[in-house]
Design a protein around this ligand. Structure first.
Ligand SMILES: *Cc1c(COP(=O)(O)O)cnc(C)c1O
Length: 328
């Protein structure tokens, strides 16, 4: 099974009116530096502050009324939980979000404010997933996972459709990469509409599960470590159904960044673009600034989220290097 253009087009119909069509802008400073046009897809301005609302809204809209009455449950590094809580609230549904202790406090608060139940379990996404499995078994909740689900991938893919409509002739699209729901959906849309456009995943070097899995040729587990790109943490699931194969078949490359390079991306977004983005949302800029992307024509970077703790953001833009030394 895979997700194709027709599923992504259907997702767009389903979520119309529930998610924003976000703007795309030319970055003059990055274009000057790179020697070709660099466009920023401002998806961090999406409702709930990240693209995750696309997948969550699509998956919830696809549920039967019987499933809606049971409620939904998911493990999340924060943004999927927030998106699911928002989409569930609009439907008057119960939502339970299970998270590890690594999830930042600001993300927990936002989810609680949307009326969802929050459970903090263990030190990794895998620990949180065990609680999800228990709730599915014991309370009959419907699991909507953060990436490895056809309706989630199709929803995230609507971002790829928008990019293809907003920019012509893109030679590469840079996609923040964790479990690969975003990368799979965007690549499915982009590759079917423009087969020569490269789609490149960007992850943090600290605990890049998809990259390790692609290198090994099957899903593998990596140790989950604290990173400035906290939304990119977590494994891909040893029984991964969709996103491993889609990333293997559709991505042209995966680039890894150090914590310093991620911090530089956050800083550039703020100083030069006047945009507040979280670590995961800044990896495209970080990769470009680090000289890791070789392109000759227009490149599109997805700024995927903005839900960063503002005290942390202040320290990063002020150049507090203790943040990245600890994690060097
Ligand atoms: C979830 C998330 C990602 C990664 O998405 P995957 O589908 O797990 O690869 C990137 N950026 C932000 C802001 C996110 O919340």
């Amino acid at each position: 099974m895979t997700v194709e253009l027709q599923h992504i087009r259907a997702a767009r119909e389903r979520i119309a009116g529930k998610v924003e069509r976000t703007p795309i802008v030319l970055s003059q400073s990055l274009s000057d530096r790179a020697g070709h046009s660099v466009y920023l897809k401002l998806e961090h301005h999406q409702t709930t502050g990240a693209f995750k609302l696309r997948g969550a809204s699509n998956a919830i809209a696809a549920l039967s009324s019987e499933q809606k009455s049971r409620g939904v449950v998911a493990a999340s590094t924060g943004n999927h939980g927030r998106a699911l809580a928002h989409a569930a609230k609009l439907e008057g549904m119960r939502a339970v979000i299970c998270m590890s202790k690594l999830v930042p406090e600001n993300k927990l608060d936002a989810i609680r404010r949307l009326g969802a139940e929050v459970r903090i379990i263990g030190n990794s996404q895998d620990d949180a997933q065990q609680e999800v499995d228990r709730l599915v078994g014991e309370e009959g909740l419907v699991m909507l996972p953060p990436f490895d689900h056809p309706d989630i991938i199709a929803g995230q893919g609507t971002l790829g459709l928008e990019i293809m409509e907003q920019v012509t002739g893109a030679t590469a699209v840079l996609v923040p990469l964790s479990g690969g729901g975003l990368a799979s959906g965007v690549a499915a849309a982009v590759k079917s509409m423009s087969p020569n456009t490269k789609v490149i995943g960007i992850s943090m070097a600290r605990g890049a599960a998809m990259k390790a899995s692609l290198d090994t040729g099957r899903p593998v587990q990596v140790e989950e470590l604290p990173t400035l790109a906290d939304s990119l943490g977590g494994g891909i699931g040893l029984d991964n159904q969709l996103t491993f194969a889609m990333c293997r078949d559709l991505l042209d490359d995966v680039v890894l960044l150090s914590e310093d390079q991620i911090a530089a991306g956050i800083r550039h977004a703020y100083e030069d673009e006047r945009e507040i983005v979280e670590g995961a949302g800044a990896v495209g800029i970080g990769a470009l600034l680090a000289g890791k992307i070789k392109a000759i024509g227009p490149v599109v970077l997805i700024l995927s989220g903005r839900n960063i703790d503002m005290n942390l953001h202040r320290r990063i833009v002020c150049g507090d290097h203790s943040l990245t030394e600890r994690a060097a």
